[in-house]
Design a protein around this ligand. Structure first.
Ligand code: ADP
Ligand code: MG
Length: 190
């Protein structure tokens, strides 16, 4: 069998998980044996699930390290889909390459940018070694333009959004997609 690597990257809310689930669904229609994997630390929206902000979800298996991804995979599996892949850290790069060399189709979705606008490895490096890499954008929450970034905002108790980067004791942090013009963290770029 011929393996390959497909990377789906971008900021939060870009539709990475939706696109991953679309490709998984198509592979299953094609009769491929598919395994969906997420990191064990990523149980924010329910255990044993990969889920998108739009509410779509699909059962998946938890791995605690990059090496464990392949231990979870039955020999009959042809395609492995990994979501929130940035959780696996630098070890993911070699694991994915070896798996594809051995004949697996590896579809990897993850964040490639931090909330302060820096490349977030290993996803950018993985994209450089892939047959296919798609970088998706979200929708800017301020103006509706394409948003290649996301930033952290801290809401105060009365619901006001404070300036990103400002620590606010007791505030609830969340993230918003932002275009280049409305990406406040760009102001702190060196
Ligand atoms: P990702 O995995 O990249 O974080 P998801 O696939 O989980 O993205 O979610 C994408 C969905 O999020 C969109 O289809 C839309 O329903 C919803 N969404 C909410 N806020 C935004 C936004 N600012 N830009 C784009 N999509 C958004
Ligand atoms: Mg996602």
């Amino acid at each position: 069998r011929r393996g390959r690597v497909e990377v789906i990257s971008g900021p939060m809310f870009a539709g990475k998980t939706e696109e991953l689930l679309r490709r998984v669904r198509r592979a299953r229609i094609a009769g491929r044996r598919v395994e969906v994997v997420h990191h064990a630390l990523d149980d924010r929206r329910g255990e044993g699930l990969v889920s998108s902000h739009s509410g779509l979800d699909i059962p998946s298996r938890a791995a605690t390290s990059a090496a464990e991804i392949l231990e979870l995979v039955d020999p009959a599996v042809e395609l492995v889909a990994v979501d929130e892949a940035q959780f696996f850290g630098p070890a993911l790069l070699d694991v994915v390459q070896h798996a594809a060399d051995a004949g697996l189709v590896m579809i990897v979705a993850g964040l490639d940018v931090t909330f302060d606008g820096r490349p977030f490895e290993p996803i950018p490096a993985l994209g450089a070694l892939a047959e296919r890499a798609d970088r998706l954008t979200a929708v800017c929450t301020v103006c509706g333009e394409d948003a290649p970034f996301h930033e952290r905002v801290v809401a105060s108790a009365d619901g006001d959004s404070l300036t990103p980067g400002v620590e606010h004791v007791g505030g609830v942090e969340s993230y918003q997609a932002r275009c280049r013009v409305h990406f406040e963290a760009a102001r702190w770029r060196a």
